[in-house]
Design a protein around this ligand. Structure first.
Ligand SMILES: [Zn+2]
Ligand SMILES: [Zn+2]
Length: 462
């Protein structure tokens, strides 16, 4: 633990924007403060993170944010930042205005985090003296392009080399996420087959009502033991359980994702039956509540189908082996789930659904469209093959994690860019982390875009 630290950071982008990364070294300055400021001072913690495609300034800001996060984690109360980007030094001090809309939220977040320390300073030094941070940033791009982990943090607790948590597990709480199979592509071409209408709701769809069961990221909001503005907010919309939604039409109820809060969500919204479960992917925040589906087996008096992409399903069936046993004695206390692999559009009790390819980290997961409604969570990116299926929507529910770039989730700004391209009549942001206060985020969104909250109900025209 170091009370006082020197932080050197660097952001790199090969192209502006282009593949980008953040590097940082954190040096203990409790003892010889002058020695801690030498370029070759040995760090007690380092950060090396690939950020995907970003501008150089976004990478520079992200490096500062990451380093401040690690400094706070190791108990620092005073931080001295040494940066080679003069723009950041001037903006952090409030001497230069932040004109770039992409940087404004990052700047605000950096100022907020700096205010949490007892004292801070920021100075500029030439890149030649910031070689350690520069090397960590460049290493991240090379490592990620070679298929290595996006994030490597080395901390003073001796966890050398790679962050002991695999990056996706750190982000999504998924055990064994580093062992995921490579991306699976849905059989969808950017050029739709003649006559294929992704908005065709099927022969007898019934009017759709969607309820957001949970609007939070993998750790939920509030986070355990966090004193931030969102986690201590008295606005009930800032209490977010893990992301999930239920689609209701006629007597039918279709659940999208069964996270660890499923039981509480069902009780809170009066969910009293289920006819099918659609999974976006197998991260723990999307499947941690599968066990609680057994109550819906009792209500149905039968097996419940769980639909997912083949790679997702293979992992889920393996992890919840006891729940996918065919021919079980009725209601012996175990869930009775029937796995159904996604292989294109399908129908649940008269309503047609179209899987949407969504990029989450290095693989493709599933979003879902039915009629004029689509739900895409854990989105890092949606490519042309997904976008072609998301035109002409009445309502799009879309994830947006936070303002700071993340290796497997899109930011609010990126979500807004996607929305501007897809032009749904109404877009609702979900899977939100604690950096985003409901009221604060709502105030800066364009017309037609709103912030999800647990229990939000949306009625569609059809
Ligand atoms: Zn918090
Ligand atoms: Zn995920």
């Amino acid at each position: 633990m170091a009370r006082r630290v020197v932080i050197r950071t660097d952001g790199a982008a090969r192209g502006n924007p282009g593949p980008a990364s953040a590097g940082a070294v954190i040096i203990d300055a409790d003892g010889d403060a002058a020695a801690a400021r030498r370029p070759d001072a040995a760090p007690i913690a380092t950060v090396s993170e690939f950020l995907g495609r970003q501008t150089n300034n976004v990478a520079e800001y992200t490096a500062v944010l990451r380093a401040l996060e690690v400094a706070a984690e190791i108990g620092a109360r005073e931080v001295d930042l040494i940066l080679d980007a003069n723009l950041l030094v001037e903006q952090l001090h409030g001497r230069w205005k932040v004109k770039d809309a992409k940087l404004a939220p990052l700047h605000a977040e950096a100022r907020r985090r700096l205010a949490g320390f007892e004292r801070w300073s920021a100075v500029q030094e030439p890149r030649a003296r910031n070689t350690a941070a520069d090397a960590l940033a460049n290493e991240a791009i090379d490592r990620a392009l070679a298929g290595g982990p996006a994030l490597v943090i080395r901390r003073p607790d001796g966890s050398g080399g790679h962050d002991p948590r695999p990056p996706r597990a750190a982000a999504d709480g998924a055990p064994g996420a580093d062992a995921l199979p490579p991306r699976t592509a849905l059989a969808t071409d950017p050029e739709l087959e003649p006559g294929f209408d992704p908005g065709d709701a099927g022969p007898d769809p019934g009017r759709l009502v969607v309820t957001i069961l949970g609007s939070g990221t993998s750790g939920g909001v509030p986070r355990i033991s966090c004193g931030c503005a969102t986690c201590t907010s008295t606005d009930p919309r800032d209490r977010r359980t893990r992301a999930s939604a239920v689609l209701a039409y006629a007597e039918t109820r279709v659940l999208i994702d069964a996270g660890p809060d499923l039981r509480a969500q069902a009780l809170a919204t009066g969910l009293d039956r289920l006819d099918a479960v659609l999974l976006t992917h197998e991260h723990a925040d999307a499947v941690g509540g599968l066990d609680d589906l057994r109550r819906f087996n009792e209500i149905r008096g039968d097996y419940l189908e769980v639909r997912a992409l083949p790679d997702t399903l293979a992992i889920v069936v393996d992890r919840f082996r006891y729940a996918f046993v065919p021919g079980q004695r009725r209601f012996g206390g175990l869930p009775m789930l029937r796995p159904v692999e996604l292989a294109g559009p399908f129908t649940v009790r008269g309503r047609r659904f179209v899987p949407i390819p969504v990029v989450h980290g290095d693989r493709t997961i599933a979003g879902y469209r039915t009629g004029g409604f689509a739900y895409c969570s854990d989105v890092q990116r949606i490519d042309a093959d997904g976008r072609v299926l998301l035109r002409g929507l009445e309502v799009l529910v879309l994830s947006a994690l936070r303002d700071v770039p993340h290796p497997t989730h899109q930011t609010v700004a990126q979500a807004l860019e996607l929305i501007a391209d897809l032009r749904p009549e109404r877009a609702i942001l979900t899977h939100l982390d604690h950096e985003l206060l409901h009221a604060g985020l709502t105030a800066r969104l364009p017309a037609g875009v709103e912030v999800a909250y647990d229990g939000l109900t949306v009625e569609l025209r059809s």
